[in-house]
Design a protein around this ligand. Structure first.
Ligand code: 5GP
Length: 291
């Protein structure tokens, strides 16, 4: 292991101050990219005279652009032959040119995000896809309100906002929901404000909801893209529902009957994606967001 350089106390405190300045400067620049105040050519121009910016990773810079998360940033870099650890100062002329071209078509100034509604029969794996998409940062995933009881491991404010019937009715009366529906004995609704705010801030928004709610969203917001997540086969869906330890046998039978009806709704959706692999579904949804 190389021995660290011997520093005087003054040199050490100067190095610490420099590192702290660099961190602050990078956070500042990332916030400006996010708000649309700085576009990529401006960041690159600043990097020529500011060492803190020139040492920023290209991936970090791209992920600061609203609507670009980890997966999209990495896939763009891979396509443009830019190593995932490359820093701004290490960009070759060709790589830089391609990167600027990539983003020139979509101005960095605030564009309204895309609204994608992921629906499909219960048990098909929508919530797994939604959780994975949330982790990528490419989508803002809406958190619904519901009157059903939390399952083990579910957290209020993370998986759902768990509320009672009286509170749910109050929110319906106050036009709080973009859509709401009854499903297997409980009510579920999408809070409208969060969705509108996220879209206005340029985030791509994902709603993971049942079919009736998806149709309501389309009638209020025709620009929404309705995606039907289908199981590879009926047998596959049955085994997924039967393998669920969280539902009672009565509830499972009810859900199977409902799933049959739900599958019949696929043709009224904009796009059907078969859930053969969660990773592939996530990749398709990320590329839809950037299309
Ligand atoms: P679970 O109780 O299994 O979490 O969800 C039951 C069903 O309700 C799933 O199909 C889920 O997609 C749907 N759902 C969750 N949140 C909402 C919502 O806000 N609105 C509507 N219409 N359906 C929802």
């Amino acid at each position: 292991m190389p021995t660290p350089p011997k520093l005087t106390p003054e040199e050490r405190s100067a190095a610490l101050a420099k590192a702290s300045y660099a961190r602050k400067r990078r956070a500042e620049i990332k916030a400006q990219i996010k708000s649309g105040a700085l576009d990529l050519p401006s960041v690159y121009a600043l990097a020529q005279s500011d060492e803190a910016i020139s040492k920023m990773r290209v991936a970090e810079m791209l992920e600061s652009i609203t609507g670009v998360g980890k997966i999209r940033a990495l896939s763009i870099m891979e396509r443009l032959n830019i190593s995932s650890t490359r820093r701004i100062k290490g960009l070759g002329a060709h790589q830089l040119k391609n990167l600027l071209k990539e983003f020139a078509a979509a101005p960095q100034k605030m564009r309204r995000g895309k609204l994608i509604v992921l629906s499909g029969p219960g048990g098909v794996g929508k919530s797994t896809v939604a959780a994975q998409l949330r982790a990528t940062g490419d989508y803002w995933v809406s958190i619904s309100a519901t009157t059903r009881e939390p399952r083990t491991n579910e957290i209020d404010g993370v998986d759902y906002f768990f509320i009672d019937d009286v509170e749910f009715q109050k929110r319906i009366d106050a036009s709080h929901f973009l859509e709401w529906a009854q499903f297997a004995g409980a009510k579920y609704g999408t809070p409208q404000k969060g969705v509108e705010d996220a879209l206005d801030q340029g985030h791509n928004v994902l709603l993971e909801i049942e079919i009736d709610g998806a149709k309501q969203v389309k009638s209020h917001m025709p620009e929404a893209l309705l995606i039907f997540l289908a199981p590879p086969s009926w047998e596959d869906l049955v085994s997924r529902l039967e393998g669920r330890g969280t539902d009672s046998p009565e509830r499972r039978t009810e859900r199977l009957a409902l799933a049959q009806e739900e599958l019949a709704a696929a043709p009224s959706f904009d796009l059907v994606i078969v859930n053969t692999s969660v990773n592939e579904v996530v990749e398709q949804l990320v590329s839809l967001a950037s299309a």
